[in-house]
Design a protein around this ligand. Structure first.
Ligand code: AMP
Length: 555
């Protein structure tokens, strides 16, 4: 079965300019969804594809659409809007736009596109739409607003409609907007719907937009195979999570970029403040942040400026049914076009840590989908407290059902928390210092900083220097002062079996304050950075199974 030869891009009859762009991207061969979907789209079929994030689904619809646009250009007499791509969040729209840019690199003049999801005045985008780009990308809300304002008219011209991450459209309450958009489309067009699930809501959408669709339920597991993604679970009590996360980072046991997930926004800030007291820097990401800040953070993370992101994945908390009441749940303004875990292309993430366990299997799948992308290896570590066991059991059962043949989805790490007793007092004390007042003050400080940095407000401050003074001198009373002495981990605190791992890590990091690493003669001769890196990889809990620190408890 698996012997079947993959249909290659150059065998699909695609325009040379598209093939050239694919080659420039270094995509050696199509992903499963691309291999299956592209020929059908080229044939003119509607598609409903179940595809997980990271499967290459964007290419699966963008590649054939570009090809068809180029084909149509040979005989076209006028420039019209031919493709409309709807995605649930601004971040996703931006990624799709970037993907289109990469795939049209060899036909820039022929294929025009615009992403209208950015929250700028509609008027500012109007000229872009009046130029009639070939493809328009946007969130349903934004596209509808342009249609209502008369900026976007496609009734006579649209040929392709894509609804990406359809299941998430429901979680984000986008259905009414989509229905309103559909009323502005011509009777006949070709559609492509992607969704991570095929549940009832998606079937409803299928009826609305798809005609005799080819349904691609690819034999692709919803999460990468256990060979590619190692999934650990540690069952422990709530406060032990606080100590463990501290120890994992302070003893440098986690290598590579990491996303830590928590279940609410304040917890995200609290965790960041807590870790920062120990010199562990991270940044937070949540849907209450302005979209430009969020994009900036993801860009910085992708470019290697930060190694740890703490994401508050609220969407996974809200089941689509109850999301109708979500405005009454929180007093704070949430941005409904923002999703943290879903779709965003975090790059080169080695580890996912569920500090809070997600409430359902979709949340879990989308979180771990941030790692092990392409052919990369990844690790997911879930810290599960007694109160979360019910959710964990449900997720485990569902994952087993989704991945037949997999005996154990999670590798169990039972260990003796007593080993970490030396860290307990300071860790819990630092956690207690992160009170809600301290969190509020920290957030206020950050907001002030954003205001001070805002170019838009520059001229306002020039006219109102007093306001600038007030902002500058409004010293926070309750924010935490960093406790630099906590950065250092006294040698006697490190459990014997963790010492080797910790020392080698420090050596690699070149920490000046770190105690000198004693290496034996041979090691001294050969201890190049690369070799040490290899050593730590072998000893790293989250990079290999040979981790010796948390030995299974002897009973
Ligand atoms: P997507 O699922 O569309 O968000 O794609 C996830 C990641 O896979 C993106 O970073 C793409 O650039 C990358 N990708 C998509 N198709 C391919 C391919 N055929 N070969 C290698 N990487 C790909």
């Amino acid at each position: 079965m698996s012997e079947e030869k993959t249909l290659q891009f150059h065998e699909m009859g695609l325009d040379d300019r598209v093939i050239e762009a694919i080659a420039r991207l270094g995509w050696a061969e199509p992903t499963l969804i691309q291999e299956k979907a592209i020929p059908y789209v080229l044939e003119g079929k509607d598609i409903l594809a179940r595809a997980r994030t990271g499967s290459g689904k964007t290419g699966a619809f963008v590649i054939p659409i570009i090809h068809k646009i180029l084909e149509g250009k040979r005989t076209a007499t006028e420039q019209v809007i031919q493709g409309l791509i709807l995605a649930p969040s601004k971040e996703l729209c931006k990624q799709i736009k970037e993907n289109i840019a990469q795939l049209t690199v060899s036909c820039k003049r022929e294929v025009q596109f615009v992403d209208v999801s950015a929250q700028v005045p509609l008027e500012a985008q109007r000229p872009l739409l009046l130029n009639k780009p070939d493809i328009v990308v946007g969130t349903p809300l934004r596209v509808l607003a342009h249609m209502t304002a008369g900026n976007l008219k496609v009734k006579e011209s649209l040929k392709f409609l894509v609804i990406d991450e359809a299941d998430l459209m429901f979680a984000f309450d986008h259905l009414n907007d989509i229905e309103a958009v559909l009323k502005q489309l011509p009777k006949i067009y070709q559609s492509f719907v992607t969704s991570a699930t095929m549940w009832d809501d998606v079937k409803r959408l299928k009826k609305l937009v798809l005609n005799k669709a080819v349904i691609l339920r690819l034999e692709e597991p919803p999460v990468p195979t256990t060979a590619q993604l190692t999934q650990y679970v540690i069952k422990l009590n709530v406060m032990d999570k606080v100590i463990l996360i501290n120890v994992l980072f302070r003893l440098n046991m986690i290598r590579g970029k990491t996303i830590i997930f928590v279940n609410n926004v304040d917890k995200g800030y609290k965790l960041r403040m807590y870790l920062s007291q120990f010199g562990i820097s991270s940044c937070v990401l949540n849907s209450e942040m302005p979209v430009t800040s969020r994009c900036h953070i993801v860009e910085q993370f992708n470019s290697g400026k930060y190694d740890i992101i703490i994401a508050s994945d609220e969407q996974s908390l809200e089941d689509p049914e109850s999301s109708k009441n979500k405005h009454t749940k929180s007093k704070r303004k949430k941005d409904k076009e923002s999703g943290v875990a879903r779709g965003i292309d975090f790059q080169f993430v080695s580890n996912i840590i569920n500090f809070d366990f997600p409430q359902n299997v979709e949340g879990y799948i989308h979180r771990v989908g941030r790692t092990a992308r392409g052919n990369n290896q990844g690790t997911a570590l879930s810290l599960v407290s007694v109160g979360e066991m019910e959710s964990f059991n449900k997720v485990e059962t569902k994952l087993k059902g989704l991945m037949p043949g997999t005996e154990a989805v999670f590798k169990d790490f039972k260990f003796d928390m007593k080993q970490l007793d030396g860290f307990r007092y300071r860790a819990l004390d630092a956690w207690k210092r992160c009170t809600s007042i301290a969190i509020r003050e920290t957030r206020k400080k950050e907001l002030q900083q954003e205001l001070l940095n805002s170019t838009k407000l520059k001229s306002f401050f020039e006219d109102n220097p007093r306001d600038l003074q007030v902002l500058r001198h409004d010293k926070s009373k309750h924010g935490l002062t960093p406790m630099t002495h906590l950065k250092h981990v006294p040698e006697y605190n490190i459990p014997d079996n963790l010492r080797r791992v910790s020392r080698i890590s420090k050596k690699i990091k070149g920490n000046k304050n770190a105690p000198k690493v004693k290496l034996d003669k041979n090691q001294k001769k050969r201890a190049t950075k690369t070799q040490l890196k290899y050593k730590i990889k072998k000893a790293d809990p989250l990079q290999s199974m040979e981790f010796s620190g948390f030995k299974k408890q002897k009973t």
